[in-house]
Design a protein around this ligand. Structure first.
Ligand code: C2E
Ligand code: MG
Ligand code: MG
Ligand code: MG
Length: 300
């Protein structure tokens, strides 16, 4: 469909225009089409869906949290992964209404889990830099949190290093105001952006997420080991919790456990799941005996 259309217009372009101008025109057209489709999606309200990726406690090997990850089912473009529309939504400002929808829906779902007896430590939600840049959009986030019925200490917002690097002092003020509400704050993809290392001590955050690109090289690559261990040591020194993302292999899990990482997220335990499948996953994970209770069972 979209890809085929692109090839077709390239063929046409071979006769009429240079490749370069044709590609630019195509790019601009595709961008405009996607922006229009995103606006319609926001109005329609039923094209977005939240998937949830389990986050597993290293201590118990049970699910202890989830991260909400948006999916867009577009009538024109099919299933669009966030990597293909979040940046555009940020550039056009559409991330503001989309982000509010994510927060509302995520907290609604979390409340439903609680009502059904599924008790998790927290739900994590990705928040874009754009949403944190001005007082109005920050206040809108806080209003949703306050009205949600979910206790703020069960809510964790994932922010990026680039947000902090943009304007450290402004970021500290905004982040502190969320901490004052009791909301947890994680730095996502830590180590990939401008390094926040120099001002990590000053930041009112509660968790660091080690990026998948570090985890990928574990346990074989010396560089990955050095980087991962440095981030873990840094986080521990500042009293922060640590999540490793993108864990796919048992050998990675074993390594991270030995280094006292707190929480594991990745395909090794589960891919992001539709909400209904998440419920089944939680029930089964929380029912089965944990690593530690296995030990107790063996001893008794
Ligand atoms: P992220 O927040 O770092 O989320 C982790 C991404 O890595 C997710 O991709 C997840 O599916 C993927 N992942 C997790 N474990 C593994 C693994 O073991 N192997 C591999 N290969 N991948 C793994 P996804 O869902 O495509 O999201 C991509 C990015 O889009 C997210 O990265 C986040 O930056 C952004 N995003 C997603 N949902 C939202 C949202 O609601 N709001 C905002 N602002 N951004 C979002
Ligand atoms: Mg994230
Ligand atoms: Mg991440
Ligand atoms: Mg990532």
């Amino acid at each position: 469909h979209a890809d085929l259309a692109m090839y077709k217009s390239k063929d046409k372009g071979r006769n009429n225009y240079s490749f370069y101008s044709d590609d630019l025109a195509e790019y601009a057209q595709k961008r405009a089409d996607m922006t229009a489709a995103l606006k319609l999606a926001i109005e329609a309200g039923d094209q977005f869906e939240l998937y949830y990726q389990p986050k597993t406690s290293v201590l118990t090997h049970k699910i202890d949290a989830v991260e909400a990850l948006i999916r867009w089912r577009s009538p024109n473009f099919g299933m669009v992964p966030p990597g293909q529309f979040i940046a555009l939504a940020e550039e056009t400002g559409l991330i503001v209404p989309i982000g509010l929808w994510v927060l509302k829906q995520g907290l609604r779902d979390f409340l439903e889990l609680q009502r059904e007896g599924i008790q998790l430590e927290h739900i994590s939600l990705n928040v874009s830099n754009v949403q944190l840049r001005n007082d109005e959009t920050v206040a809108a986030l806080k209003d949703v949190i306050a009205a949600s019925g979910v206790a703020p200490d069960h809510i964790e917002l994932e922010i990026t290093e680039s947000y902090i690097a943009d304007d450290v002092n402004h970021a500290i003020g905004v982040l502190q105001s969320f901490r004052d509400m009791g909301v947890g704050l994680a730095i996502d993809d830590f180590g990939t952006g401008y390094s926040s290392m120099s001002y990590l001590k000053k930041l009112p955050v509660t968790r660091i997420k080690i990026d998948k690109s570090f985890v990928d090289g574990l346990p074989g690559s010396e560089d990955s080991i050095t980087l991962t261990n440095s981030v873990i040591a840094l986080a521990k020194n500042f009293g922060l919790a640590i999540t490793a993302e993108g864990v796919e292999l048992e050998s990675q899990l074993v390594f991270l456990e030995q280094q006292c990482c707190d929480q594991i997220q990745g395909y090794y335990f589960s891919k992001p799941l539709p909400f209904n499948e998440l419920k089944d996953y939680c029930r089964s994970s929380l029912k089965h005996s944990s690593k530690n209770s296995n030990v107790i069972q063996l001893q008794s």
